[in-house]
Design a binder for this molecule. Sequence first.
Ligand code: SF4
Ligand code: SF4
Length: 413
Amino acid sequence: MQMVQDILIKPAGPDCNLVCTYCFYLKKKALFPESTRHRMSDDVLNFLIKGVMLDSGNPVSFGWQGGEPTLMGIKFFQKAIDCQIKYGRGQSVGNGLQTNGLLIDRDWAYFLEKYKFLVGLSLDGPKHIHNKYRLDHNGRGSWDKVVYSGKLLQDKGVAVNALTVVNDYSVQFPEEIYKFHKSGGFSYMQFIPCVETSPSDPEKAAYFSVSSIAYGKFLCKLFDLWRGDFKNGEPTTFIRLFDSLFYSYVGLVPPDCSLKQTCGNYVVVEHNGDVFSCDFFVEPKFKLGNVLHDNVSKMLNSKRQLYFGKLKRQLPEECQVCAWLPQCYGGCTKDRIRDKQDQGVNHFCSAVKTFLTHADPFYRRLADAWVQKQAAAAQNQSTMAHAAYPKIRRNSLCPCGSNKKFKKCCGTV
Ligand code: SF4
Ligand code: SF4
């Protein structure tokens, strides 16, 4: 049974003050036709936070996104924090806000800093790249305002990551985008490759989707830039995919769900309390219940969610015999179904192969160095435990925590 640790919340549903060309979520309005304005009520908020805080593991992380979550206003988020405090059982609580930055002002910056929100700012890079698709309702680009908001947040001491969609246009500019983020103080970056079904032809990918070949080149260039910025064997910039891959190479569970063997470790809550399996599967087939009537932990561990999680394991033949399976596990489930031409294989399969062929030797060296460092640290700890307890009886349990007798453990050092 898994504990609730990550929960993604869409308090304003699919409502947004931008209409980005590539957004997959705006069309989710069709799921909630009873109103044109979607806002989470105080009742739903209270039920949701109470349910999570009473049932969750420690730590617990709330990710607020949309649509555009800042449409809810600061007072709503203050109520959310008050509920977390009221119903908390001593857990460590993290809050993340994914925003397009348009409504961010000094009051928001003050609030976000006060409660230590981690902000993900949607910023696709320099102006000509960002304004290609990130448009307002009048067709105007949003870059000037987003860059202003980013600086405001940084000046107030808010931790901000840049979230960048890689599309058919931006894929040509990996260096420009990387250097832009770095010089703007965004050393934490996340890149999301775009593939959506064409609205005019369900048999094809939409024109703004990125091709696998182009994305492979993009990743290789980005990797070279990231690696070039290493100092003393440590990265100085942080790219979510690259960091997550390191976990896979040293045998740990990677934070990026697309690299895991199964999905289903978190759920998504819509503005009306409906709960779904994943951000990319907010659809009736993957509705798990509603926080007003159902327990969040039970929904996370429900048969339907387990079924969803295992979809990722239903790999095509190509993946089953692939040398990169332990690093890739077939990628994100949604990237196998958006473009019918892919016939069930991940849209970015060739990109992954190109990139891993390029990056594998470096990751292996990095993993070896890490393993050696861990072994040296463990040896050091054991020696220190021995030195710290010189008079320990040889038949008692070893103070290094190994659960063995001292004489058979550090006592032999
Ligand atoms: S479908 Fe993709 S985004 Fe959703 S949980 Fe699975 S890997 Fe993650
Ligand atoms: S690289 Fe391609 S074939 Fe290999 S596991 Fe990933 S998606 Fe499957």
